[in-house]
Design a protein around this ligand. Structure first.
Ligand code: HEM
Length: 377
């Protein structure tokens, strides 16, 4: 009886520690690499090239990639800006002025960073609306929606700490309003506000803390949330929708297309479009520098960045405590909406009440935003 010759050492199956033997890689180099990095290359090949539903061929369906790309622009331009920025009230404004007026292409870098922050917030809002109005947060994607709400909050906080670093009148008084709002949070408000300000009042420590938040804590937080976000939608796959047009094209119609190179190409084209748009915005509307912060002079009317207009108008309509409580309540509702929607649909299966409530919320936010934009006080 002849026993089979053992496979040449190169073809011996690789077993990761505590794992199962891996199918051998196809190439000699692949097998060499697998021996040194025992990962399942087949699984890696599958997970890096999963089939993508046809509707993601249209950019408005794959909006999630846009804030991810803009975040990388923010990271790259932000690192370069931090080479010149000084997080100290006596030097911050001057260091930003030097970037805009002295450092070669500093004005362009700063303008890209500022426009990209505005586009990132707009893209996150549009992506969230796409997900909400298509019901793509429903089971089993509730957790990804909740991570998404974390991403939304972090992106807004990025914007707030970012414009506070310039140390213009808006930065100083905007931070003062934010401190007062934080203080009005029940139970933990006083402590949170002290943590944010670095003391009882806006002072030297405040700018340092905003700087550490903006370049350290928030980037780490958004990266962790994004990793969880991407892992979950990769494990679930993106929600597949049945479109009339596809149904008419019949069952033989392929419902998916490959992630690489097709979907990567779509994102690449969106990326080139974004780069072109950012360059045009930065050159035509470069970031300016308003009046330097003056703690002794309260401006007649503080106008925050556009994405906080609704907050300021709501604050003026309701007062500090009611504004904080209601914004907290609506934020919590948004966080757990997938479960509220599920409870509604358990009673009324075909109900699209979520869409109606969503439309009402969007209209309310738009009215508050436009109202604050046109208001003179
Ligand atoms: C920095 C911010 C964000 C980034 C970079 C991001 C990225 C992505 C990407 C790339 C996808 C894949 C499908 C697509 O492109 O639509 C996705 C899906 C998803 N996102 Fe986001 N997202 C962000 C914020 C949010 C927010 C604010 C929410 C909701 C509150 C959210 C909820 C979801 C859900 C539920 C899915 C699964 C959708 C489906 O299966 O069709 N994301 N996200």
């Amino acid at each position: 009886m002849t026993t089979a010759a053992p496979p040449p050492p190169d073809l011996e199956p690789v077993t990761p520690h505590g794992g199962r033997p891996l199918p051998p890689a196809r190439t000699r180099f692949g097998r060499w690499l697998q021996r040194r990095v025992p990962v399942d290359l087949e699984a890696l090949r599958y997970y890096s090239n999963e089939p993508v539903p046809n509707h993601l061929k249209h950019w408005w369906w794959c909006l999630g990639g846009t804030p991810a790309m803009l975040f990388t622009v923010q990271a790259a331009t932000g690192i370069l800006l931090s080479f010149y920025y000084v997080p100290d009230p006596s030097q911050a404004y001057e260091s930003v002025r030097r970037v805009s007026e002295v450092v070669p292409f500093g004005w362009f870098l700063r303008s890209i960073h500022r426009w990209s922050s505005n586009l990132m917030i707009a893209a996150v809002i549009l992506h969230m609306m796409r997900v909400f109005f298509t019901g793509a947060y429903r089971k089993p994607r509730e957790l990804n929606w909740m991570i998404g709400i974390g991403l939304l909050g972090t992106t807004f906080f990025f914007g707030f700490t970012g414009y506070s670093l310039v140390y213009e009148q808006l930065s100083y008084w905007g931070a003062t309003v934010a401190g007062n709002l934080t203080e009005a949070v029940p139970l933990i408000g006083t402590y949170l506000a002290r943590l944010l300000r670095g003391g009882e009042m806006i002072g030297d420590n405040t700018l340092t803390r905003f700087f550490i938040l903006h370049i350290g804590i928030l980037p780490a937080l958004i990266t962790a949330l994004l990793a969880g976000h991407i892992l979950l939608f990769r494990l679930h796959g993106v929600t597949e929708f049945e479109f009339e047009s596809a149904r008419l094209r019949g069952p033989e119609e392929k419902k998916t297309f490959p992630f690489f190179p097709d979907h990567v190409m779509t994102e690449l084209i969106i990326g080139i479009g974004l780069a072109f748009l950012l360059t045009c915005l930065a050159v035509i509307f470069p970031a300016g520098l308003a009046e330097k912060a003056n703690p002794l002079l309260t401006p007649a009317h503080i106008k925050p960045e556009w994405y906080f207009f609704w907050t300021f108008r709501w604050l003026k309509l309701t007062g500090l405590t009611l504004a904080v409580l209601s914004i907290g309540f609506f934020g919590f509702l948004a966080l757990v909406w997938p479960f509220i929607d599920q409870a509604i649909r358990r009673r009324r299966p075909a109900s699209e009440i979520s869409v109606k409530i969503g439309l009402a919320a969007v209209c309310a936010l738009l009215v508050l935003t436009v109202w604050e934009a046109v208001a003179t006080h």
